[in-house]
Write a protein that binds this ligand. Sequence first.
Ligand SMILES: NC(=O)c1ccc[n+]([C@@H]2O[C@H](COP(=O)([O-])OP(=O)(O)OC[C@H]3O[C@@H](n4cnc5c(N)ncnc54)[C@H](OP(=O)(O)O)[C@@H]3O)[C@@H](O)[C@H]2O)c1
Length: 249
Amino acid sequence: VRQLLPTEAHEIDPLDLYPTLDRPTPPDRPWLIVNMIASADGATELDGVSGGLGGPADRLVFRAIRASSDWIVVGAGTVRAERYGPPRLPDGARDRRIARGLPADPRMAVVTGRFDLDPTMRLFAEKEPGEPRPLVVTGTSAPATRIEALVEAAEVVVLDDSRPTPAAILAELGSRGARVVLSEGGPSFNGQLASAGLIDELCLSVSPLVVGGPSSRIARAEESGAPLPLTLTHLLEQDSLLFARYVRT
Ligand SMILES: NC(=O)c1ccc[n+]([C@@H]2O[C@H](COP(=O)([O-])OP(=O)(O)OC[C@H]3O[C@@H](n4cnc5c(N)ncnc54)[C@H](OP(=O)(O)O)[C@@H]3O)[C@@H](O)[C@H]2O)c1
């Protein structure tokens, strides 16, 4: 992957870059990264999934950003649409994390209100012995029978609100030792993070496609919050895909 900013470099490995970047933990919560891919005209899905927007370089960057995080948090809509499996990094990335005193893989937290999740979904069914169960974060409106059906496959935490706020979700992960949390979306979860002003870092992959259509942009909410000013710290490129990394100004 070619680095264009902050300095030009012909061949860099995203795994050498992303996990080593400075992410000062805010005083009261973990550092929050949002990582999303969008087409050049802002679409975040093709036929309901994001896979058609990316390519091999995007997968490298995606994994490097995962390797930078303690926890991955994702909306249940994305887990259902993208058929999420357990978050396993390649061996090289795991070795480097272990050398830095971190667990081999980040942990995964799913946010849900309706609790339309079941143990046959890949994320739960493909867990291997010794791997921690995914965490499901929900609110008081979640149906008890659905929680009951998932308690063996997942660790469930019911926060004290009918629909937990993003701040409460981050606080929960912070209480479990998270210093860096990565949101992988989708747009409606990111929209809440944006409205609450909680985004510290945005990693945006721009795919060289014009998609049109009804797709959401990377963050969507009923009402806009105050715009969050960002500073571009890195820009990478491969195969006309751009990988921008911004931090909160
Ligand atoms: N381009 C990309 O990088 C990218 C990344 C991710 C996703 N996507 C695409 O985005 C689409 C899915 O996005 P989406 O916006 O529809 O869904 P989403 O944000 O992934 O999930 C929305 C769901 O998350 C749960 N949720 C969100 N906030 C919550 C809160 N505060 N409390 C409790 N539950 C909460 C709810 O689940 P329940 O319905 O279970 O209550 C809600 O329906 C898919 O097409 C996917 O392919 C693209």
